[in-house]
Ligand binder design. Sequence first.
Ligand code: PRT
Ligand code: ZN
Length: 587
Amino acid sequence: MPSKKIRAEKSNEEAFAELEAGFVRCDDLLAVMDFDEEADREGFYVLPSAGDGVIGKYAFLRDMENETPNIIVRKSVYQKLCDADHALKKKEGYENCQIIVTYGYRTFDIQKRAYEEQRFKLKQSNEQLSEEELREATHRLIAFPDVAGHPTGGAVDVTIFDYRKGKFLDLGTEIGDLTTKDVYYASENISKAAKRNRKVLRAVMGEQGFAPYDGEWWHFSYGDKEWAYYMHRRQSRDGSVSALKYHYQQKEISEIEIAYNDQFLKQSKSVADHQVRVSLAVQKEGRLTEETLAIFKRSGINITRDKRGFLAKSDNFPLDLLFVRDDDISNLVDAGVADLGIVGKNVYLENASQSIIIKELGFGKCFLALAVPKNSSIKSTYDLDGRRIATSYRNSTLKFLKDHNVTGAQIIDIAGSVEIAPLIDYADAIVDLVSTGSSLQQNKLTVIDKILESQSIMIVNRNIQNDSEKKAIIDRLMDRIESYLTAKQYKRVLMYVPRNCLDQVLAELTGIKTGEPSDERLELEQKQASEKSAVLGMPIVMPVYGFEDWYTIQVIIESASLWKKIEVLKENGVTNISFDDIEGIVQ
Ligand code: PRT
Ligand code: ZN
């Protein structure tokens, strides 16, 4: 009897191997290069989390929950899912069923981490595999990051739920269970009912133009590389021609514009409208806008922006953004129209704002410079008497001249293209902002003095001190921003270190030499612990599974010194150094 069972298992393995041979390969997807730029402009949509239509609910995989608490997908994908859901309800026996999406958009970083983990596991148990075989085997379970569909917002994991009975249909395995090959669409080992359910799911999704993946019954995609490849292959079989173009590129979470469906907005609005809210003025469109909005995205504050609109309300934080011209920001905060503002310090100073600076935000760095033509007889600020200075920073310039006791210079106000004024003999000198200096160089100008340094700052209306409710909200807001700004300064670094180099590397990373008396060491550690960055700096050391002579070290390093540190580490025998951004640090 036992021999029969073994034979059965073997043929089972063979059957699976045969199926695997038909799966789309990572290699095939790497060859899909062209994409449709227009289609890629499409934004994202937040799936509703309740109701009897298509809903989104994380199930087996929860690694995206902190990034996007509600599952998000491309807008067309949502539309197609709705259509698939309608089609499902028309099928006999599925009238009370709905499509539940358990996974949608995923960040590239998370994809990469999951892939590396899976690859590592496979490598341990299949040492004979070549690099390429290992990649393909891993890809069958977790898509190779560069070609993965979930980071495009086009791929979804779906299953069917009967909302009358309150239970999921039998689809042969749990969704996402990568421990059994019965998740392969065509596995023979599942019940008749499960086979039918898989077929129905595939049919309703297929009719809407989704491409299935044979290695996971739940995975479908639209617009990604896998979809493009699948459609191309199918059409080539039909004899119809098709260009091999995918629609959706992978997106960073910070690049995503998210729209909310009406239902979602209604839910959040009713909560939001009764609360005390703070308003923050930001630049509508310009140099500061992108980084400003990134702060909110990275701080977990949803901002749904209507490009034409002046106002955007967050639905998960009592904050409203006012989109205005940057020159108006400090005035609006001074007047109390906005409670807060994010603005260049140059504007704040030029407008002699009465608001209070509560935080330097570290981006939009530049300085206000006094510049003259390279061949000018003006060599310093003191040569400016009787000369013409073109600028849009009248107040800052006058103050600067007064501080230097230069009283005989004439200010010429101009709004734009200040740097060409000397060329056309409209002025002898200019005062303008400089960041890279290339604009000055192009116009053959040279800096003779710096008037002020600038960067973007958070300002708050003076009277907010008296409003305890608003003040509490601002404190919460600043905590979040602080966490993001702190995190931005660091990278999380992972490295592999041979045992014999470990002491040296740890000494390098901590500044604590080994072999020193333990009291001294303790003292050093306590000293480091009192400085907040040093606590973060303490490395974590772990053994490497299967390699006795190797360790991994995880450590947090300041972004600014990252490359210098990496060079030193390499000299000390460290290999495979990888690093990541940190999402936030709460101290
Ligand atoms: O329409 P709106 O009034 O809102 O925008 P704006 O045109 O007044 O402002 P915008 O978007 O140009 O700049 C907004 C803020 O960015 C400024 O107030 C500064 O705080 C900050 N910032 C940082 C700069 C620069 N760097 C900068 N380089 N603002 C302007 N420039 C100009 C500079 O004057 C030069 O003409 O960019 C040009 C190129 O500079 P170089 O040195 O890199 O060649
Ligand atoms: Zn999937």
